[in-house]
Design a protein around this ligand. Sequence first.
Ligand code: GLN
Length: 309
Amino acid sequence: MTTASSHSFEPVLARIAEEIERTPGRGRPADYIPALAACDPRRFGMAVAELDGTVYGVGDWREPFSTQSITKVFTLALDLAREGDALWEHVGREPSGNPFNSLVQLEYENGIPRNPFINAGALVVTDRLQTRSSDASGELLAFLRAESGNPALDFDQDVAASESAHGDRNAALAHFMASYGNIDNPVPVLLDQYFRQCSVMASCADLALAIGFLARHGIRADGDRLLSQSQAKQVNAVMLTCGTYDAAGDFAYRVGLPGKSGVGGGIIAVVPGRCTLCVWSPGLDERGNSVAGVAALDRFTTLTGLSVF
Ligand code: GLN
């Protein structure tokens, strides 16, 4: 990781952090597991990474947090790289308009989840990656370490155990899809992989760097290609339309970038061909997106004019 001491992104990040600091009302941390409920909603960090790996940050940008659903983008990319379009026979590409952990659409859509970024869809993607790599979460972790340049990235075993202890709804989703033949692996194996995937700890700097391949049209940090240019476009498009749960329309309206949030309070975003961002603040709105995170990305695209529109 290269850190520049002065650059045009630094004033804008400082300004955004100042504005966020003055904004009351940060939402509430997720409370379905104790590790997340204990987070302080006043924490805030933001990082911008350029295509060459230069990173700029402000606030708690080097503090590791629980990545949660942000990892769904990486497992999607890793599986697409392995199996290509066959994946889309098992998961759709339409916004769900329902909460991320909803069961309702699965029955009338024959166990095919709406998109890869709601829990049901991510379970399908992890299942397929598991079939192909036999250690989906290990492959994910190795990829994140390589792209971020941070070999210390790891799972948080307490979070993974806690996810499992409170995992009835994800178990229900997996069993229900298995009843339609849309899950290959034994459900306990899949859930173990999925909960570990959700438990990865990483900072804004790590994640801004790790998602760089989507701004580089599929090219990894070392110059190798992970996705074709067209696949990178497709993943960005699915992030734009489905990456922030049932608030994806509002996120596109306010931020104008492909983005993916997690209930740990992180959001990653991509400016194709230019840079990547990650913001973290644990207080969530009622849809599960970071309140300060969305506000900060909104300000970033407004102040810089960098968006896909
Ligand atoms: N671990 C969470 C779950 O599966 C992840 C959800 C999220 O970040 N939206 O419920």
